[in-house]
Design a protein around this ligand. Sequence first.
Ligand SMILES: *Cc1c(COP(=O)(O)O)cnc(C)c1O
Length: 338
Amino acid sequence: MTRPPIDLRSDTVTRPTDAMRRAMAAAEVGDDVYGDDPTVNRLQALAAERFGFERALLFPTGTQSNLAALMAHCGRGDEYLVGQEAHTYRYEQGGAAVLGSIQPQPLENEPDGTIDLARIAAAIKPVDVHFARTRLLALENTIGGRVLPPDYLREATAFAHARGLATHLDGARLYNAIVKLGVSETAAVAGFDSVSLCLSKGLGAPVGTLLLGSAPFIDAARRWRKALGGGMRQSGVLAAAGLYALEHQVARLAEDHDNAAYLAEGLRGIGLDAPPPQTNIVYVSIPRADVAPLREALALSGVLATVAERTRLATHLQVSRADVAAAVDAFAAYFRRG
Ligand SMILES: *Cc1c(COP(=O)(O)O)cnc(C)c1O
């Protein structure tokens, strides 16, 4: 085995390219806690401009960005409506409740990742001394690799606003949706009061998430960022990677989507249930008895995957078309032998 492992575990495993590393090394820096880092300021200004928000704020992680956003929207004893499958509800240790004193009201996601408007309507609490104050609707796009339909986003955000709720989008992989639909950034976030956008997933930066919103909202989020772990100093080194990603690594997400489609097709070709993906995330069903031995067989052939009955495979910057073909061969070799 001479080639490096083919890592399909996640698009978070992407490493900075040589060109990105050069941009990081050359970054002009200052102390961002004083607002002095020109590269951070440039990244924040570029993102705000692209997405049509007043301001943007760089966070080290998406978890911190989402939590600061929830805390800027909701106070103690307030409630936010969120999908059962949403990252902020399910995969962030309940931080909104633990650290924000915000009650989550989880709602069932439909098979396409949306939350039915009737379910949202039924969950909004009346103004009454018994109830938490329902303040916010949080959606996620893409969710489990699925792109939320633009019509749905328009309706859901308009409905939330009509009912007096604010709207937050966990757009960790929003650029996958934007590239898939071929829409503008501003169209993709229309109707949202705030958006969190990860630079460290498919966009390929090593660290960083941008939170977008109005000036007063970002001021509030900046205060919470400090309480949630402080500020960063010469973070221009990190912002330079984010700038490089936004300037050079957006359009190429289409390659990841093509590779994911090719991967799913290959897996179907060997008789597995792997529906065509919408973006860069493929789900494939693996019979329970095969989970452990398949994991081992793949590892031996240099394919890293989190094998489960519902296995999630991600394509990204460091997975080529040839890598996908080799990964399909590794699956095929196991099932042929099986
Ligand atoms: C990765 C991710 C986050 C959190 O980002 P981290 O940088 O890992 O904290 C939030 N939401 C979604 C949908 C994600 O995929």
